[in-house]
Design a protein around this ligand. Structure first.
Ligand code: SF4
Length: 492
């Protein structure tokens, strides 16, 4: 997710590059909304960022504010109607919105609305994001009826353009509507949204998903990860705080707190989700993963000849494991970087070989050796079973699997589409049973305490529910699952 406010820049191009840097966070659909101050235009389609946009499409998106999104679905099917940014217009004001996270009171929020398909304020799709967007423009919290309230406090100047910023005036109607709506919303939401004049960013009180503010020479950027700031040449300013709403327009940058912060950032961002060149809460993701690898070697040593990663997310932990154990590090698996979730479903024959599409062993490196293979996590266990078989086929004399996270035993309701508990292998089997199930000679997971220590963050500031079942916000049984809105007859 990416937003930019910059009068002197080609904001559509910046959003494109920002989304390109964030493609790993969602590969199902992509979209960019741009405003020229009078009108918002949205272009979105199913597919990867580079498939959705070409030069003519970007050239047609003219303006000085942009919101971009690449989707990974957690509530609502992977269909065009659920692609983002979502868009609504009341006739007086328009809104385009991108959301990273997953709401856990979507049915309750849908109940506040009049029902499916009732004009701009009705629910038009089956995503939690669509419900949230409809709520912003509904009569209940009405953009059309809300009168502008007092603005948030102006931030201190943060660069050359800071000195030219005017003092904060009255809040926009969207800012006032956001301050009304957001306290009603439960779950994980980092939001980037816009009306014709203003770019907004907001983060839920728990701050499950990251969201950062960056500075261009003559503008501002908000993005899901710091790596996206680097790629567009923006300087990191700070994180958007949990419970904070930020508004960026010609009057400058304003901030208000809409809910008391209760930080519990996602621990899995450090394990797998975030790019290694991103920094979260002041801690580099790559450095964290290397430290986890060192810890893993201390907790689960192995007698072996070679440490290899499952590329790419297992690589830093494998480096750390090799450093701490003294066992040489090497590449043993080649990854095809172009395999993502695409429209083309593999044929049955290929599907049965599954992992082969993505990874192929380097036989010369593996044959006759005792291998430690380091992976970031085990979810269902199918990949690791195929991986162990592949390494044995390539001639490994022993295969020791080391995992840079504790067993994933519980589903996530805050923005990762893990399996149900029954589908999670660690929800059913002990580590010893999992070792037997995947056919490894040994299996070791890093401890939860070891992983948390590697982040250098206090334990109480992190969500780790998928590892220990302690959910920061309880989730009712009826609010679980990807298709909670499908029964309401919307989006069909
Ligand atoms: S349950 Fe796991 S994946 Fe989900 S937010 Fe918490 S730590 Fe992250």
């Amino acid at each position: 997710m990416f937003g930019v406010w910059a009068p002197n820049e080609d904001v559509a191009k910046l959003a494109y590059y920002g989304l390109y840097a964030l493609q790993h966070r969602g590969q199902e659909s992509a979209g960019i909304a741009v405003s020229d101050g009078n009108r918002i235009v949205v272009h979105k389609e199913m597919g990867l960022v580079a498939q959705v946009f070409d030069e003519p499409a970007l050239t047609a998106l003219r303006g000085h504010i942009a919101v971009g999104h690449c989707r990974y679905s957690t509530t609502g099917a992977s269909v065009w109607a659920n692609a983002q940014p979502t868009f609504r217009s009341t006739g007086k004001v328009s809104l385009a919105l991108g959301h990273n996270g997953n709401l856990i009171n979507t049915r309750e929020l849908a109940g506040l609305l009049g029902g499916p398909g009732q004009g701009s304020a009705g629910i038009l799709a089956t995503s939690d994001t669509d419900v949230l967007t409809a709520l912003f423009v509904s009569d209940r919290t009405a953009l059309s009826g809300v009168t502008a309230g007092p603005a948030g406090a102006a931030l201190p100047p943060a660069g050359p353009a800071g000195a030219t910023r005017a003092p904060a005036g009255p809040a926009s109607v969207v800012e006032t509507a956001a301050a009304t709506v957001l306290p009603l919303v439960k779950g994980a939401y980092s939001l980037v949204f816009m009306d014709e004049q203003t770019l907004y960013a907001a983060r839920d009180p728990h701050g499950f998903r990251p969201l950062v503010l960056g500075r261009l020479n003559t503008g501002w950027v908000v993005a899901s990860e710091t790596a996206a700031l680097d790629i567009v040449g923006a300087r990191f300013v700070r994180e958007i705080a949990p419970g904070e709403l930020v508004c960026i327009d010609g009057r400058g940058v304003r901030s208000r707190t809409f809910a008391a912060p209760q930080p519990s950032g996602c621990l899995f961002e450090y394990v797998y989700l975030a790019r290694p060149d991103t920094t979260i809460s002041g801690r580099g993701v790559h450095a964290t993963r290397v430290a986890v690898g060192r810890q893993l070697a201390a907790e689960h040593p192995a007698d072996a000849d070679l440490v290899i990663p499952v590329p790419e997310s297992g690589t830093p932990a494998a480096i750390g494991f090799a450093e701490a154990s003294g066992i040489p590090f090497g590449q043993g698996l080649v990854k095809n970087s172009y395999v993502g979730r695409t429209f083309i479903q593999p044929s049955q024959t290929i599907r049965e070989r599954g992992i082969k599409l993505k990874l192929n062993p380097l036989r010369d490196a593996i044959a006759g050796r005792r291998i430690v293979v380091v992976d970031d996590s085990i979810v269902r266990g199918n990949t690791q079973r195929a991986l162990v078989a592949m390494l044995r086929e390539a001639g490994a004399s022993e295969v020791h699997v080391r995992v840079a996270s504790p067993p994933v035993s519980w589903p996530c309701f805050y923005g990762i589409d893990f399996a149900t508990r029954a589908e999670l292998i660690a929800g059913r089997l002990s580590p010893a049973e999992i070792c037997a199930s995947i056919g490894a000679d040994s299996l070791g997971y890093v401890s939860l305490a070891g992983l948390i220590e590697a982040t250098t963050l206090p334990e109480g500031r992190l969500c780790r529910a998928c590892f220990d079942g302690q959910y920061p916000i309880p989730v009712a049984e009826d609010d679980r699952g990807k298709h909670v809105l499908d029964g309401l007859g919307v989006g069909s």
